[in-house]
Design a binder for this molecule. Sequence first.
Ligand code: UD1
Ligand code: CA
Length: 462
Amino acid sequence: MANKVLNVVLMCAGKSSRLGLNLPKVILPINGKSLIERTIKTLQHLKPKKIILVVGFKKDLVIDLVKSLNFRNIHIVEQKKQLGTGDAVKKAIAKMDLNSQLLVLNGDTPFVDLDTIKRSIRDFNKKNLDLNFATTKPRDPFGYGRIFRSKNRKIERIIEEKDCNDEQREINEVNSGLYLFKTSSLKKFLPDMPKRNGSEYYLTDLIEIFSRNNKKITTTQVKDDRRFLNINTIDDYRKAHELDKIFFYEECIKKNILLKDPFSIVIDQDVNISKNVSIGPNVQITGKSTIDQGVVIEGNCLINNSKIGANTLVKPFVSIDNSIVGKDCQLGPFSNLRPDTILSNQVKIGNYVEIKKSNIGNKSKVPHLSYIGDTDMGSSVNIGAGSITCNYDGFDKHKTTIGDEVFVGSNTMMVAPVTLGKKSTTGAGTVLSKNLSENTLGITRIKEKQIPNWNRKPKIKK
Ligand code: UD1
Ligand code: CA
């Protein structure tokens, strides 16, 4: 019968010396998210009983990072001396339940895909195996352990790059660094691992030991070898950033999301984008933002922790922070929605307009050069160009309430606290400091004088 309990060992103790940064590579961010966070997030989908992290080199950096991420079921095991991947696993499984399956993964493979892992588990359970491990045929096998098979394709052993002779180096099937063991078999054969280079233990030597002892071994063929890029050198680290963007781009294409310039766009992992969205160059969408169907974001926009409703058009140079935008709205160019702004549907916020902590009702328009703060605005309101709410008296913030279908003339100063009743109107240039009743015109204009034959004094050049 197949073992069902799954434990995971993630090997993160290595010195990362080929990278030359004097840091454990698993803490390095790829487009803002560390290798270890990416890998653990993927592994969590398997609902393992335990994820055991083997740490060693600069372990506190790794432990602190993982703690800050608040994952469940993480157990830390220390490998004090970095004596190789075989030794790392030895340290990890000391107290492990024998009646379980153990997934072992290199910590430097951040894009590992669930599809390969699931296929490996399926094969393992179907055939009651002792070992299944993932292999791939990359275009350039340099650096990987080569898979050595007998003439009848039986797996015999893995030969590490540095131990290969010229002929073996020609083998293009390589070890991807993902292994699924029957824990009891692993425990039985771990002590048989030979010492290499005086003190090291290669986990990969177990393949030959299992094979010699006629244990049941199969391999899972990785479908997309890019998923098993392991980060050894600074060049691998650079490639990882590009690959991450490419994977995201490919996912977007599947969902019918168009990224017009994928390498200039930054989208956080927790952002949710629906289908038929189009995003132009230099857009950053961060935090827990949601972009609904059919939204068009033209370019150079910042959207943080905000929701954009379906079919809204966001023109260039718009900043939206901690706000909610309804359906079919039009924003920008150059609009600034500051925290706690809520726009209902079909709202238009135009150029050089700042909105803060305000509700704007359906079909209302603030098209040009305005500041609206601490305001409750009804529906179908029109705010003339240059109008502002004077919400701050130097000590406190005050509220402005604007009823439905109000027409605010250009350059109106609404001195808060103030209420504009339904369908009221203000004349251009009004300084409104008293409440305005429904259907009333508020106007504070001094009588216009016209002085004929007025000649300005000629300019005298100094
Ligand atoms: C390893 C495999 C190689 C495979 C490749 C795939 C071995 C001996 N070789 O090589 O066959 O093709 O991965 O990516 O396993 N680590 C520890 N403790 C140690 C040494 C390493 O925890 O003492 C960790 C590292 O932090 C790293 C992982 O194990 O996350 C793999 O180590 P690394 O040195 O990168 O192995 P490779 O040379 O890439
Ligand atoms: Ca590696």
